[in-house]
Design a protein around this ligand. Structure first.
Ligand code: NI
Length: 199
C-alpha cells in the first residue's frame, strides 16, 4: 500500500523518534508499505517519520546510485547496487573521514536540492527486519544515505544544515511545500491542509 509522504512543516518531521521492540505491531507490513511508497516516489531512502510514524525505523535502496555507464567507477558508489536494507534503532557510533559536499534532496521537500557537507564514513549499530543485531561500517553514498535518514529519526532535515542565508532564500519555497502549493507526482500529506493529516 502506498502511503502519503508527510511534507515539510509537519511537526512529526521535527520530533525525535522513539525506539521500537519486537512487539511492534505489523512491522513487516509497515516495512513492505514503506518500500512500495519509496519506490513509487523514486527515492533512495525513507524514514518512518516521513509517513507519519515517529519511530526509529528507516529503509534504503541505493541502487539508483550505481553508475554502470561510467568508464571510471565512482569510488563513492562502491557496493551501492546491493545497498537495500532495513535499519531499526540505528545508532551512528562514529563518523570519520573528510567532509564532502553532495546535493541532497528529500521526499518530504520535493523540488529542492542543496549541498550538504558530511563525513565520508560511519560506524553504525542497528537491528535488521529479522531483529539480528549488526555492527557495520559504510562509506560514500551508502554512508550519505544513512546520515540523511538518521537525521530524520532525530527530527533533523537536510535544510537544517544550510547556512542562515541559504535558508532565508528558500523560505518562500519551503512555505509553499507546507501549503501543498507545489506539483509533485506522488502522494503527500501537507500540514497546511489539516484534512489530509494522517497522525
Ligand atoms: Ni529525507
Amino acid at each position: 500500500m502506498i502511503l502519503p509522504i508527510v511534507a515539510y512543516g509537519d511537526p512529526v518531521l521535527k520530533k525525535e523518534a522513539e525506539e521500537i521492540d519486537q512487539n511492534y505491531p505489523d512491522l513487516q507490513k509497515l516495512i513492505d508499505d514503506m518500500f512500495e511508497t519509496m519506490y513509487h516516489a523514486k527515492g533512495v531512502g525513507l524514514a518512518a517519520p516521513q509517513i507519519g510514524k515517529s519511530i526509529r525505523l528507516f529503509i534504503v535502496d541505493g541502487s539508483p546510485f550505481a553508475d554502470e555507464e561510467e568508464d571510471e567507477p565512482d569510488p563513492k558508489a562502491a557496493g551501492i547496487e546491493n545497498f537495500k536494507k532495513v535499519f531499526i534503532n540505528l545508532i551512528i557510533e562514529e563518523e570519520s573521514g573528510d567532509k564532502w559536499a553532495f546535493q541532497e534532496g528529500c521526499l518530504s521537500i520535493p523540488g529542492i536540492r542543496e549541498n550538504v557537507h558530511r563525513q565520508e564514513r560511519v560506524l553504525v549499530t542497528y537491528y535488521d527486519e529479522n531483529w539480528n543485531f549488526h555492527e557495520e561500517t559504510f562509506e560514500g553514498y551508502a554512508a550519505r544515505i544513512i546520515q540523511h535518514e538518521y537525521d530524520h529519526i532525530e527530527g533533523v532535515l537536510f535544510t537544517d544544515h544550510l547556512s542562515p542565508l541559504k535558508k532565508k532564500l528558500l523560505l518562500k519555497r519551503l512555505g509553499n511545500i507546507s501549503l501543498g502549493a507545489i506539483s509533485v507526482d506522488y502522494k503527500m500529506s501537507f500540514p497546511g491542509n489539516k484534512k489530509q493529516r494522517m497522525i
